[in-house]
Structures are given as structure tokens and as C-alpha cells.
Design a protein around this ligand. Structure first.
Ligand SMILES: Nc1ncnc2c1ncn2[C@@H]1O[C@H](COP(=O)(O)OP(=O)(O)OP(=O)(O)O)[C@@H](O)[C@H]1O
Length: 236
């Protein structure tokens, strides 16, 4: 069983630097109060590896994910994808073509079916029309979503089923970097183990870079590297 992600723009090999954070700082201002959540974060993430980012609640894990995935821009410092500053590449282009994110809030289009959620995301990232539907079904099946649920609107699915649809949608996009924020949160142990295995294969077999924010000891133990975010710094 392969996750078959092959849509990257530049051939990468395991060990190549996929994503680099250089002196990344993020300060939030609310009213008169300024708070610097990330204080000069430096890290190189490689192709072919799975990373877990751990840290106490409020330490800035989601902030880090937002910056690394191009959803937000750092207050200072740079985020580079395959050696190119994503601010120059364009955050929208970076997000659409090179990364996929499984958000904590999932962000499914609840009026669409499971399959439609996935095929519409594939359309945005440029996956060929002819293979979208079949691929969506394959991934939903891989993640244990029953065929009877494939064509139900996601509003009608359980939390765990919705989480699996969101993960299938991210895998379907065939991008270089997969980010996931607490992807196993609403899943039972068995399903969570299956998802962890899918992520590991995506990194090890398909050469992708997988970065997971997690409080789960199992996800951390299954990762190649565990990074700790504490007092605004990221350390291995
Ligand atoms: N848009 C924002 N404006 C102002 N403050 C923010 C914003 N986003 C996050 N913060 C603050 O930044 C800090 C880090 O938040 P973040 O969500 O990144 O932490 P986290 O480690 O992901 O937390 P958790 O594990 O609870 O999800 C918190 O104090 C939060 O209140």
C-alpha cells in the first residue's frame, strides 16, 4: 500500500532540506500588549523524515505551524521552501502547490460529501481531473472510512470520520510537506496507529516531509525527530 504522492515541482531525495526556518520571530499585539511567542527559531526539516513538535499548551506550536505552512508571515526572519524564501515565492502559491495541512478545526466543507471535499482540494493543487475521484475513494478506504460514508455530506459524519476525511484530503494533494495539528485527537487507538503508519510511509517511502504538532506520546515515539518548543525556542 503506497500513499503515492508524486506531485512535487523539484525532485527531492531523502535528506535534502525541504523547509528551513531562519531566525523566525512572531510577535502578537493585542491592545497595548505585545507578546513574542517565537523568539528566533532556527531549524532545517528534511525530505523523507517525520517530525513531531511538542510543547506545553500556549507555547506557540500552532503559531509555528501557521508560519511554516505559509498561512501567516513571521514578524522577522525567513521561511524557505527548497531554498526559496516563501515570501518571494508567494504565500498563496506555496500553500496551494507545496504544502497540505490538517488543521485542528479540520476546515471541511460540511455541505460537500467526503469525496467532494477531497476532489475539490485536488483540483486546487492541480492533480489531473481523470484520477481525482478514484484517488479520493482509495484514500478514504485506506483510512478506514466505510464506502457508505464516502458520498454523505461531512456534516453528517462523526468527529473521527471527519478527521479521517481531512487527513485523506491532505494526502490527496500530493504535495511536498504535510503539516498536521493534533491529527489523532478524536480517533481511537487502532485508527490513530493506522494514521501514524500512513504518515511514516509518506515520509519514508514517498520522500515527503511530515511535520506533526502533537500532545500524543505515541505520535512522538513514532516520529524520526521530536522537537520541543519552549519559551519561544525550538530544540531537538
Ligand atoms: N492571532 C493571535 N493574536 C494574539 N495572540 C495569539 C494569536 N494566536 C495565538 N496567540 C497567542 O500565542 C500564544 C501561543 O498560541 P498557540 O496557539 O500557537 O499555542 P499552542 O502551543 O499551539 O497551544 P495549544 O497546545 O493549546 O494548542 C498563546 O498565548 C496565544 O494566546
Amino acid at each position: 500500500m503506497t500513499t503515492h504522492a508524486t506531485h512535487s515541482t523539484q525532485a527531492t531525495h531523502s535528506g535534502d532540506v525541504m523547509l528551513e526556518l531562519s531566525d523566525v520571530t512572531r510577535t502578537y499585539q493585542s491592545g497595548n500588549r505585545r507578546r513574542t511567542v517565537l523568539k528566533g527559531v532556527n531549524y532545517r526539516f528534511e525530505a523523507g523524515r517525520m517530525y513531531a513538535v511538542v510543547g506545553p499548551s500556549g507555547s506557540g506550536k500552532t503559531t509555528l505551524l501557521s508560519l511554516a505552512s505559509g498561512l501567516d508571515a513571521p514578524s522577522s526572519g525567513t521561511v524557505s521552501f527548497q531554498g526559496r524564501d516563501v515570501a518571494r515565492l508567494g504565500l498563496g502559491r506555496y500553500r496551494n502547490q507545496h504544502v497540505a495541512t490538517v488543521f485542528q478545526s479540520l476546515n471541511l466543507l460540511t455541505y460537500m460529501t467526503a469525496v467532494q471535499n477531497i476532489t475539490s482540494a485536488m483540483e486546487i493543487t492541480g492533480v489531473k481531473a481523470g484520477r481525482r475521484r478514484q484517488r479520493a475513494v482509495e484514500l478514504l478506504t485506506l483510512l478506514g472510512v466505510e464506502p457508505t460514508e464516502h458520498h454523505r455530506r461531512t456534516l453528517q459524519l462523526s468527529g473521527g470520520q471527519q478527521q479521517r476525511v481531512a487527513i485523506a484530503r491532505a494526502l490527496a494533494c500530493e504535495v511536498d510537506i504535510l503539516f498536521a495539528d493534533e491529527p489523532t485527537g478524536s480517533l481511537d487507538h487502532e485508527t490513530a496507529d493506522g494514521i501514524i503508519e500512513v504518515f511514516r510511509r509518506l515520509a519514508h517511502d514517498d520522500g515527503k516531509c511530515v511535520i506533526v504538532v502533537t500532545h500524543s506520546k505515541e505520535v512522538a515515539a513514532a516520529s524520526d525527530e521530536v522537537l520541543h518548543l519552549k519559551r519561544g525556542k525550538l530544540t531537538a
